[in-house]
Design a protein around this ligand. Structure first.
Ligand SMILES: Nc1ncnc2c1ncn2[C@@H]1O[C@H](COP(=O)(O)OP(=O)(O)OP(=O)(O)O)[C@@H](O)[C@H]1O
Ligand SMILES: [Mg+2]
Length: 411
């Protein structure tokens, strides 16, 4: 039987690894890199599908094509199985994710000089909070994607349990993994044993960095594109508020590709005709015409990271309009993140309840996932667990380290 490939298929970043002599060995999924952005670009001019950083470069260059990110968030939704024509071919999101996974598989085979017929994939504890049917469907969808990518079989391991396996922190007390990624937040309560680890409970919620981006964008950026501006009535005097749905979609990574249809453009052009703020709607039209939705989302994401790191930041919107920027302060960030932090706190509480332990019993918290670097996140967790020591494992590779280790287990 061929060796199993460990794969962390993330909302924002993915990685692959195997175990060599009991140690995780990460695959160079792109030259010089052991993670790659979970991004796909259909290059219309060259009729090619690009992945990872190449896809991002094509987007930044403004190449003619269609860019997609946060594909994992679509798993379990009806959109997964709707087909659309892409470069003359009818494709579904199952096909698109399968192509991305096939790229990881073939790259791993190339650098390891061996075939990988079996995958051990990470999965969030819950793809969709409070929706068991969607959650089950998401796992079915992801299984289909792996099989369509050419794997003969796939097994799944909850992502925070993989991180617990790879955690290097010693000591007998209870430990809590807090994995805040791009799309989900996952928790595992565990303790070390003589032979490995004992998992007491895992819990998760559909909440991550892409939700943070969405809130920041909606609260502080979308007004540049007409959110909350007034639209004159077609007949008679007076105005009404602009509908908000389009601004929600433009602020949501996985919904952006669905905005570039003639139907949406027609609706916006109708609004533009009667808009009080003409400039904002001209910008919105150019975002739709020139496919700049992801440029805006990336600018928001960069602004978020900058303000979190430096204490002040800027959402640079100059790809949309020369000189257009939105300053971001720590207070603005906190305002947008507060509802998410309340959900996060409730989810930590739920994980402790499932593990049947009290906050005081958690001796250490191990943060993983890119969004665990957000200061409001550590403040929120420390507030609930004042006695715990906070540790940071490798934010972007802790999960794949664990999956790589587990991939060598007999099955
Ligand atoms: N320095 C940083 N500060 C704050 N957030 C960051 C930083 N770097 C990356 N992020 C955020 O981390 C998220 C990606 O993290 P990660 O790669 O762990 O997610 P993922 O594994 O792809 O997602 P998931 O596990 O939810 O499917 C993004 O939302 C990104 O904006
Ligand atoms: Mg992750």
């Amino acid at each position: 039987m061929s060796q199993t490939l460990g794969i962390d298929f993330g909302t924002s970043n993915s990685a692959a690894g195997i175990s060599i002599n009991g140690r995780p060995c990460l695959i160079e999924v792109e030259a010089g890199e052991n993670t790659l952005p979970t991004a796909v670009f259909f290059d219309f001019e060259n009729q090619k599908t690009l992945f990872g950083r190449q896809a991002e470069r094509a987007l930044i260059n403004g190449d003619d094509g269609r860019y997609m990110r946060a594909l994992k968030s679509i798993l379990g939704t009806p959109l997964m199985h709707e087909s659309r024509i892409m470069m003359g071919e009818r494709v579904t999101f199952v096909d698109i994710i399968a192509r991305f996974l096939r790229r990881i598989k073939s790259r791993a085979q190339e650098v390891c000089y061996q075939d990988f017929d079996h995958a051990l994939s990470g999965r969030p504890v819950l793809f969709h909070s409070n929706d068991p049917a969607r959650n089950e469907q998401a796992l079915k969808d992801l299984t289909l994607c792996y099989l369509a990518a050419g794997f003969k079989s796939v097994e799944f391991m909850p992502e925070p349990e993989a991180a617990a396996l790879a955690a290097r922190h010693k000591g007998d007390g209870l430990k809590l993994i807090v994995d805040i990624g791009g799309g989900t937040s996952d928790f595992t309560v565990f303790q070390n044993t003589a032979t490995g680890i004992d998992i007491l409970a895992s819990h998760g919620v559909r909440l991550g960095g892409t939700n943070f981006d969405r809130s920041i964008s909606f609260d502080h950026v979308m007004h540049h594109f007409g959110k909350d501006s007034e639209i004159r009535k077609d007949f008679g005097a007076g105005t009404h508020a602009a509908p908000r749905a389009i601004f929600h979609d433009l602020a949501t990574w996985q919904m952006i590709p669905f905005l570039y249809t003639s139907e949406v453009k027609r609706k916006v052009s109708d609004l533009q005709r009667n808009a009080v703020d003409q400039q904002a709607y001209t910008r919105l039209m150019s975002v739709l015409e020139d496919h700049l939705g992801h440029d805006v989302a990336f600018a928001v994401e960069r602004g978020k990271i900058q303000v979190n790191t430096d204490g002040e930041g800027m959402v640079n919107l100059t790809t949309v309009e020369r000189g257009l920027n939105q300053a971001l302060s720590v207070n603005m960030l906190t305002t947008s993140l507060t509802p998410h932090m309340e959900n996060l706190a409730a989810a930590v509480g739920e994980a402790l309840t499932l593990a049947n332990c009290s906050a005081d019993q958690i001796e250490s918290v191990i943060f993983v996932g890119g969004s665990s670097l957000i200061k409001d996140v550590s403040r929120t967790v420390q507030h609930i667990l004042p006695k715990a020591t906070l540790h940071y494992n490798d934010a972007f590779t802790a999960i794949i380290d664990g999956l790589a280790l587990a991939s060598a287990r007999p099955r």
